[in-house]
Every structure is written in C-alpha cells, then in structure tokens.
Design a protein around this ligand. Structure first.
Ligand code: NAD
Ligand code: UFG
Length: 350
C-alpha cells in the first residue's frame, strides 16, 4: 500500500537521516529539506543505498518562504517532521540571534508555509532541556516548562509555546512535540552515524574520536556532582529507537491539538559509566582527565517514558551495549565521518 509523503526538514543531519531511513523502510515517501550547514548529502545517498529506495533532496533554508512555498506546491505533503535547526548549546550563548533566527524564525516560516499549503500535521524536535534546572527527576510531561539557561534551550521552549498557541487557534492543527533525552548510537550497518563538525560538543562522539585515535583524551567535566561517582547522569537512548519514535508519532497526528512526549529510556547513566562501557566494548583505552564543571550542565536527569509507551506504543528497545557497539562500528568504519569513503561496508559487530 502506498503510504503518504513526509517532509523531513534537517533530514541530512544525525537524527533526521536515521529517521528518513526508517520512514523509507516503513513505506513512506520522503522529501528532505536541508541547507547542509551541519548535514551531509552523503548520508542521504547511504540512506537510499541501505533502503534501496529513493528520496527527494532539496537543498534549501527553512527560513526561505519562497523555497518552502515551491516545495509545498510541487509535493503533496501529508505531514512534516521538523528537525532543522542549530543545536550547539555553548555556541548559542555567543550567537543568540543566529539561534533565534534559525530555530524560532525557521519554525515560524515553516508553519506559515504549511498553513498556506493546507498542511496541518507536524512533529517537532524538542528537548529535555525545556524542563529547566529545577524540575525533579524523572521528568514527566505534566511538569511545566522551566527556565532555560541558554538561547538554544530558550528557542526550543519558545517554539513549543508557539506551536501550542497555534493549535489552540485553529483545530485543524495536529502537533506532536517530542522531547529527546540524549540520543547516541548509529545505524547497525555502520554506514550512517553522527558526524559532528570540528570538536564534538557531546560526550559520545568525543569518546568515539578518542577511541579511534583522532583525539588524545577526554575531559570529564566535573567530578563533584551529587551523583554516585561524582559525574553527571543522563538518559542515553539509541538513535534508531528515537527514529522509531518519530514514526510512532506520525500515528498520533490524527488528533487535533498539541501532544507532548518524552523520548528516553527512563534510565540514567554517569559519564564514567559511559567511558567504562565504551572501553569494554571497543577494547580500546579511553584516557581521561577530570576538568572543571561545564557551565550550564545539570547534575542528573532522565525521562519518565511511560506516556509515550501508553499513547504512542513506543518504548526504547535497544540497550547500552547496542548503543555503544553501533557508535563504535560507525566510528571505526568512518574515522573521518562522511568525508571519507574508506571501509564503508559492514564488518559485523565489534
Ligand atoms: P544535526 O545538526 O545533525 O541536524 C540538523 C540539520 O538541520 C542539519 O542537517 C543542518 O544542516 C540542518 N539545518 C540547520 N539549519 C538549517 C536551516 N536554516 N535550513 C535548513 N536546514 C538547516 O542535529 P541533530 O542532532 O540531528 O538534531 C536534530 C534536531 O533535534 C535539532 O532540532 C536539535 O535541536 C534537536 N535535538 C537534538 C538533540 C541531540 O542531542 N542531538 C537533543 C535534543 C533535541
Ligand atoms: N561531557 C564531558 N566531556 C565532554 C562532553 C560531555 O564530560 O567532552 C559530559 C557533560 O558534562 C555532561 C554529559 O557528558 O555531563 C553529557 O553531555 P552532552 O553534551 O553529550 O549532552 P547534554 O546532556 O549536555 O546535552 C544534550 C544535547 C542538548 C539537549 C540535551 C537534553 O546536546 O541539545 O542533551 O536533551 F538539550
């Protein structure tokens, strides 16, 4: 049976490429809009190769209304999954205008174009960061949005509120806000994964680059948090589980209003637990030094994932060893990410 056509903004990025792959495997048609500022067309070529199905790629900016109008006039889009945006927390502090322009301005332009085209079904990439520093763990969707400490987090919070107001204003809108916890991992083929530009901000890409020899050692930010081993605790989830969450969310778009879901495992792991697990699975040492706390980091948070299970039928199925062995396979086979073509075939589990 022919399934509907989904616009995936930011589909050439980390989460978007894995979700596009899963949509194609589920029989959807996929149109990707991405300006490639942090994405790769090579990722999309690999998605097509792995799935054996074509997708449509449009190089364009989410803020470009003319580009969006043309896209909607040329494609009969059923729903939009909106990943496109800037995501580096530290960078956002120095470049607030860029973050509000892309993340908030881009979302406004997209919603205006959707409205004009009569497309009212939207899934938005939000973040656990919107709960703010004072929320008790585990985070539950019934908790209010809290204060945010950087423009990135504030932009996510502002888009969430904007989308809620939009769905209140017109019952044709059906919107799902997905609050991701900490996505890691890669497609099990080792051909698709996270390819950060420059020095990785996030823990797992950094550890993986140490393991593969691109960086000498890891800095562990803070050893004096009120956690079991003194390092921060996060809820890491597999990017393939996250991709499945988006496919499940599409099913919720038959209901009017805004619906919010945590996508996490419900389990917290410390930085040192992640280092130890990576050493065990990769059989490589991960040298590390403790460094001062990173500004803005919270000691510990994880999801209450039950609402997504009850209403979307979604549950994170992949465990820590899958997350790390898939990250390691991707990093080993693509030591320089998508910029090299060496060893792009799967060599099985590590
Ligand atoms: P990513 O940077 O890999 O992907 C984002 C994609 O958007 C990139 O391909 C980039 O080129 C594209 N893009 C950026 N600005 C654009 C613009 N103006 N027009 C068109 N395309 C543009 O990031 P990701 O990790 O895949 O994250 C996807 C979404 O999920 C983002 O909105 C991010 O804020 C959100 N999110 C990510 C995490 C995480 O830890 N990775 C956690 C919570 C939320
Ligand atoms: N960390 C290190 N060394 C590093 C990198 C990270 O010790 O080189 C530590 C951090 O201090 C933190 C933990 O590893 O304790 C996780 O850090 P990440 O940067 O991987 O993830 P964050 O929890 O800070 O943030 C991520 C995304 C945000 C998102 C948030 C919640 O980057 O966009 O998850 O969803 F908002």
């Amino acid at each position: 049976m022919q399934k509907s056509k989904i616009l995936v903004t930011g589909g050439a990025g980390y989460i978007g490429s894995h979700t596009s792959l899963m949509l194609l495997e589920e029989g959807y048609e996929v149109v990707v809009l991405d300006n490639l500022i942090n994405g790769s067309q090579e990722a999309l070529r690999r998605v097509e190769h792995i799935t054996g199905r074509p997708l449509t790629f449009i190089k364009g900016d989410i803020r470009d209304r003319a580009c969006l109008d043309q896209l909607f006039s040329e494609h009969d889009i059923d729903a939009v999954i909106h990943f496109a945006g800037l995501k580096a927390v530290g960078e956002s502090v120095g470049q607030p205008l860029a973050y509000y322009d892309t993340n908030l301005g881009g979302s406004l332009a997209l919603c205006r174009a959707m409205q004009a085209a009569g497309v009212f079904r939207l899934v938005f990439s939000s973040s656990a960061t919107v709960y703010g520093p004072d929320a008790p763990v585990p985070y539950h969707e019934s908790m209010p949005r809290g204060g945010t400490s950087n423009p990135y987090g504030t932009s996510k919070s502002m888009v969430e509120k904007t989308l809620e107001d939009l769905s209140h204003s017109d019952e044709r809108w059906s919107i799902v806000l997905l609050r991701y916890f900490n996505p890691i991992g890669a497609h099990p083929s080792g051909r698709l994964g996270e390819d950060p530009q420059g020095v990785p901000n996030n823990l797992l890409p950094y550890i993986a680059q140490v393991a593969v020899g691109r960086r000498p050692s890891l800095k562990v930010f803070g050893d004096d948090y009120a956690t079991e081993d003194g390092t921060c605790v996060r809820d890491y989830l597999h990017v393939m589980d996250l991709a499945e969450g988006h496919v499940s969310a599409l099913g919720r778009l038959s209901l009017p209003g805004t619906h919010v879901y945590n996508l996490g495992t419900g389990q917290g792991l410390s930085v040192l637990q992640m280092v130890e697990a990576f050493e065990r699975i990769s059989e490589r040492p991960i040298p590390y030094q403790f460094a001062p706390r990173r500004e803005g980091d919270l000691a510990a948070f994880w999801a209450d994932p039950h609402k997504a299970q009850q209403e979307l039928g979604w549950l994170a199925r992949r465990g820590l060893d899958d997350m790390i062995s898939d990250t390691w396979r991707w990093q080993r086979q693509n030591p320089h990410g998508y910029r090299t073509e060496i060893n792009t075939t799967s060599h099985g589990a590590s």
